[in-house]
Design a protein around this ligand. Structure first.
Ligand code: SAM
Length: 232
């Protein structure tokens, strides 16, 4: 997958892109990420990327000219990419959206700052608007990382044991429903007086699978009843 991230704070991504599975996927040529500074497309000497909103109001808005030039330049490098804007006004990002994005060859992620971006850029150049949740962050950089992390780990060969993907929260591969994952334990069998459930030590795979399913269903019903009875 080839990704270009457009931001006014490119250094936020430096460690992120070198670390853990994202770094390994890059080393193995499964992923290639370019981070582009939108300010490189602003006019000297001030390199201004924001301006006051028409109609008044608090905060600043990202100017259309530098952002448009940055997106058009990225589209020349990644002509098959859809252009995704991270915004709290976007449709809600989810595990199933991560699965869909993981199949794409190219992607351009646009990170907003200030109070957001000029609507004309959205109308002219943005294909999709995504939100990572009902809260407001300072910028689109963390949402871009969220989308990359959740999607890249679903690209085949990125994770050593792909069966772990089918058994985790929100997965529908292992069962018909989207359930939260059952509790997990590792050695030692007793820790500060708390013991690992007997079933997990039994070696009986059928019993273990049934225990996990039951735990998943109970946890999901308690914490996320919306997953058990989704509203259409
Ligand atoms: N004024 C905007 C609003 O009320 O919708 C919020 C702007 S926010 C301070 C600045 C930038 O952070 C946004 O343009 C967007 O790129 C990013 N952002 C903030 N919260 C986000 C979220 N929940 N999902 C995706 N992007 C978000």
């Amino acid at each position: 997958m080839k990704v270009e991230i457009l931001t006014i704070f490119p250094t936020i991504f430096t460690n992120f892109l070198q670390t853990s599975l994202i770094g390994k996927a890059t080393e193995r040529n499964l992923l290639s990420v370019t981070v582009t500074d939108i300010r490189d497309f602003a006019t000297p000497p001030h390199l201004q990327v924001d301006d006051a909103p028409y109609g008044g109001g608090a905060g600043m808005v990202m100017k259309p000219e530098p952002l448009t030039a940055a997106i058009e330049s990225a589209k020349e490098r990644l002509p098959k990419a859809s252009v995704i804007l991270l915004t709290p006004r976007g449709s809600q990002f989810s595990q199933s959206k991560a699965h869909e994005i993981s199949t794409r060859e190219q992607l351009i992620l646009v990170c907003g700052r200030y109070e957001g971006i000029d609507q004309r850029v959205i109308d002219l150049l943005i294909d999709e608007e995504l939100s990572i949740g009902d809260y407001v962050l300072m910028g689109g950089e963390v949402p871009a990382m969220v989308i990359l992390e959740s999607s890249v780990r679903l690209i085949s060969q990125v994770i050593g044991n792909p069966s772990s993907l089918s058994e985790e929260s929100f997965s529908t591969t292992g069962s018909a429903e989207k359930l939260l994952e059952a509790p997990q334990y590792t050695r030692p069998p007793e820790f500060r007086g708390a013991c690992v459930p007997e079933t997990l030590l039994s070696g009986d795979h059928e019993k273990i699978a049934a225990w996990r399913k039951e735990q998943s269903m109970q946890l999901t019903a308690k914490r996320r009843p919306d997953l058990v009875n989704p509203k259409e």
